[in-house]
Design a protein around this ligand. Structure first.
Ligand code: AMP
Length: 282
């Protein structure tokens, strides 16, 4: 069966489309993305299509979540291919608004999830999670959905969005989807396209370092600091430059002081100019 996904460009059009479905009693899933889609995104769409009658995939490279020295300008854009990928995965529509449609003249309001946004990646990307929370809140309002799907690839992001949804009484349920990896263990990411062949060869060391951390966590007397150190040591000589390796409480995202209870090991590292993130449960 060859499916196509409708392309909508405006808030008005996406609202009308979704209202029509809801009027017929159909359930709606939302999958927010920045495009340049891969099998990780497809897993979100497939899950949404299993659980909802209609699925909208938003494709929007959100300028608000990029720092001034980050890759907004060169972030990969591939709308025609994205449309095909999401249609094959079961989506009904792609919502791809322009920057002016999303942030018209006079835009001034932001969503700040305090505390959690300054940890981990937030320490190195000031304003990033404010940009993420703001765009996702706008999408929740523009595309009234029963469920919205987010990947655990961005573990801090989904935790922050759950906090936001709880705090701001968002009626949409947030669903977490596990990380999809390449066969060599590298977490799929649109930014992997930046890697040179040599860098791509080195990149799986990040996942291996996480595994070294997880193994260190199983040792007697292990503490968060010994786990972080094991990650750092595992990256020695790989060409990856560790930015942070931190343990979080899996449920609250708060920094873990011990290894009792569900914990998530989060890392960010540079490979050349490319910043990679990954995480693993302990
Ligand atoms: P992005 O377009 O990279 O901002 O990601 C859009 C959504 O896809 C986010 O919820 C991501 O967490 C999710 N995602 C991206 N890569 C993966 C992956 N490898 N596995 C699972 N989810 C992913």
């Amino acid at each position: 069966v060859s499916r196509t996904a409708a392309l909508v460009r405006t808030r008005k059009a996406v609202r009308a489309l979704v209202a029509g479905w809801r009027g017929k009693g159909l359930t709606v899933g939302l999958v927010p993305t920045m495009g340049a889609l891969h099998a990780g995104h497809a897993a979100l769409v497939e899950r949404a299509a299993r659980e909802c009658d209609r699925v909208v995939v938003s494709v929007f490279v959100n300028p608000l979540q990029f720092g001034p020295d980050e890759d907004y300008g060169r972030y990969p854009r591939a709308l025609p291919a994205d449309r095909k990928l999401v249609a094959a995965a079961g989506a009904s529509a792609v919502y791809a608004p322009s920057v002016d449609e999303m942030y018209p003249q006079g835009f001034r309001t932001h969503v700040e999830v305090e505390g959690l946004s300054e940890l981990y990646c937030g320490r190195y990307r000031p304003g990033h999670f404010r940009g993420v929370a703001t765009i996702v809140m706008k999408l929740f309002n523009q595309v009234p959905a029963d469920r919205a799907y987010f990947g655990e690839k961005d573990f801090q992001q989904v935790g922050i969005l759950e906090r936001m949804a709880e705090d701001l009484d968002v009626p949409t349920a947030i669903v977490r989807v596990p990380i999809v990896r390449e066969s060599d263990g590298l977490a799929m990411s649109s930014r992997n396209a930046y890697l040179s062949p040599a860098e791509r060869g080195a990149a799986p060391a990040l996942r291996k370092a996480l595994e070294a951390g997880a193994q260190a966590a199983r040792k007697r007397g292990a503490r968060p600091s010994t786990v972080s150190f094991a990650v750092k040591r595992a990256l020695n000589g790989t060409g990856l430059k560790l930015q942070y390796a931190s343990l979080a409480d899996s449920a609250t995202l708060e920094p873990a002081r011990d290894l009792r209870g569900p914990r998530r090991l989060l890392v960010a590292a540079y490979l050349g100019k490319t910043r990679l993130i990954d995480n693993i449960p302990l």
